[in-house]
Design a protein around this ligand. Structure first.
Ligand code: HQG
Length: 181
């Protein structure tokens, strides 16, 4: 991605996942925002010159498919990663037997005690792919891959959701289901 696309994608993540108020925007209950409104408000309050074409390009080419357009193409939302309480309309699904969570070694002692918690976000983020988990973990330090027993979790009533971009989500993972290497 070009620098401009990366900068705009980060800005969209900020306003669509965490802080729409940065540009005086409000999301609906399902996390959608009007694209024209974003363009106008971003122009008024930031140095970013957005356009419909640029936003559509980011949705289409984003490396992690972070965003989705509404069927009419007029609205946009983030596929996952929210700290805001939004209803993505996801239904609980049977997860693959093993899911991975990438974290940093400095968090292990705390994770062993309290399990994985969503923290600032709505959900704990999990992946089917071990390399993705490693990349996620590297963002915070020396990556460590945790392996989760999803069958045992499901048997205890834990629910799993899959975001539109493939990321698996669950509200929390108690320590007994976490295999720490
Ligand atoms: C850790 C990015 C101490 C957790 C990524 C993680 C992902 C604990 C950090 C998405 C803990 C939270 C989400 C506990 C969890 N004690 N530390 N009890 N429980 N943690 O960023 O999963 O590029 O909120 O292991 O690729 O790292 O933004 O979550 O290290 O998909 O699209 O606390 O964000 O996607 O960090 O990343 P985060 P995450 P984007």
């Amino acid at each position: 991605m070009s620098k401009q696309l990366t900068k705009t994608s980060k800005f969209l993540s900020l306003i669509l996942r965490h802080k729409p108020e940065t540009i005086n925007l409000t999301l609906d209950d399902h996390g959608w925002a009007d694209i024209n409104e974003i363009i106008i408000k971003a122009a008024a309050q930031t140095e970013l010159a957005l356009s419909k074409a640029l936003i559509h390009e980011i949705v289409a080419n984003n490396d992690k498919q972070r965003f989705a357009l509404s069927a009419d193409g007029l609205r946009i939302r983030a596929n996952q990663g929210h700290s805001l309480e939004v209803d993505l309309g996801l239904t609980a699904q049977t997860a693959p037997e093993i899911l991975y969570h990438g974290t940093a070694s400095r968090f292990l002692a705390s994770i062993a005690k309290t399990g994985l918690v969503a923290g600032e976000r709505q959900y704990v983020h999990l992946s089917e792919n071990i390399n993705t988990a490693r990349q996620v973990g590297q963002r915070y330090g020396k990556a460590v891959i945790l392996t989760l027993d999803t069958r045992a979790m499901a048997a205890q009533g834990h629910q799993f959701y899959q975001a539109k971009n493939g990321v698996w989500l669950t509200p929390a993972v108690p320590p007994e289901f976490i295999n720490i290497p």
